[in-house]
Design a protein around this ligand. Structure first.
Ligand code: SF4
Length: 232
């Protein structure tokens, strides 16, 4: 028997402007011709899935654009994709429609267009509120861009805002982490997700640590600090 249960849809957008030094994900550096080909293939894929009998008429309880950095795509690509998805499957007034974004590379006009087209949740990769952390992990942008991005998102109409954070960063002390948390909680996001840094072999960060250009991460075990070793 074919199910009529509501389903979630995840769209993976593998483009970023540049690679963060800790990142080992598959990704493509955002270039117009590659993004145009990706958009065309993705629209075709959505159409093909729309013809699948087992997906026919199933309501979408969530639609999630993750990456990569989905907002590397031109905003009109994202709004077109969402329009096509909604024309293919039913949604309801409670369908959560999320887009991930980099706080340092999104403009108010883009946020407004995304909100108007139906995106009702935005998730920013804030990562830290210490500029020295950004330098250590090769993350572009400035930490103050996160506050601006949240402010502009609210002005554009978003009320559901998530922040992703990373802990266990190179040379990050417990106090640095507490400061970051307090700074971000003060911005009153709807939700905060925290992830431990994983040092992946063959990343620029692992090389920088091996060459002693960057300090290794410090983790707290019970009551004392000690460096992580042999994890990369
Ligand atoms: S923004 Fe995310 S996916 Fe893109 S390079 Fe940085 S960590 Fe990797």
């Amino acid at each position: 028997m074919i199910s009529s249960e509501a389903i979630g849809l995840y769209i993976h957008v593998p483009f970023c402007r540049r690679r963060c030094h800790f990142c080992a994900f598959y990704l493509e550096i955002a270039q117009p011709d590659r993004m145009a080909r990706f958009q065309s293939a993705l629209l075709q894929e959505i159409t093909l899935h729309g013809r699948q009998e087992f997906l026919n008429g199933r309501c979408l309880h969530s639609i999630y654009f993750g990456g990569g950095t989905p907002t590397s795509l031109p905003t009109e690509y994202l709004t077109t994709l969402l329009n096509v998805i909604r024309a293919t499957w039913p949604t309801s007034s409670t369908t959560e429609i999320t887009v991930e974004a980099h706080p340092s590379s999104i403009a108010f006009e883009d946020l407004t267009d995304l909100a108007k087209s139906g995106f009702n949740r935005i998730s920013f990769g804030a990562e830290s509120m210490k500029d020295q952390d950004f330098a250590a992990i090769g993350r572009f942008g400035r930490v103050r861009d996160t506050a601006t991005a949240i402010h502009e998102s609210r002005r554009a109409g978003f009320t559901n805002i998530n922040l992703d954070l990373m802990y266990g960063l190179p040379a990050q002390s417990l106090q640095d982490w507490v400061d970051t948390l307090e700074s971000l909680v003060a911005l009153e996001p709807t939700h905060i997700s925290c992830y431990a840094l994983t040092l992946e072999a063959d990343t620029r960060l692992a090389q920088d640590i091996a060459r002693k250009v960057v300090s290794p991460p410090m983790m707290r075990y019970r009551s004392r600090w000690r460096p992580l070793q042999n994890t990369y």
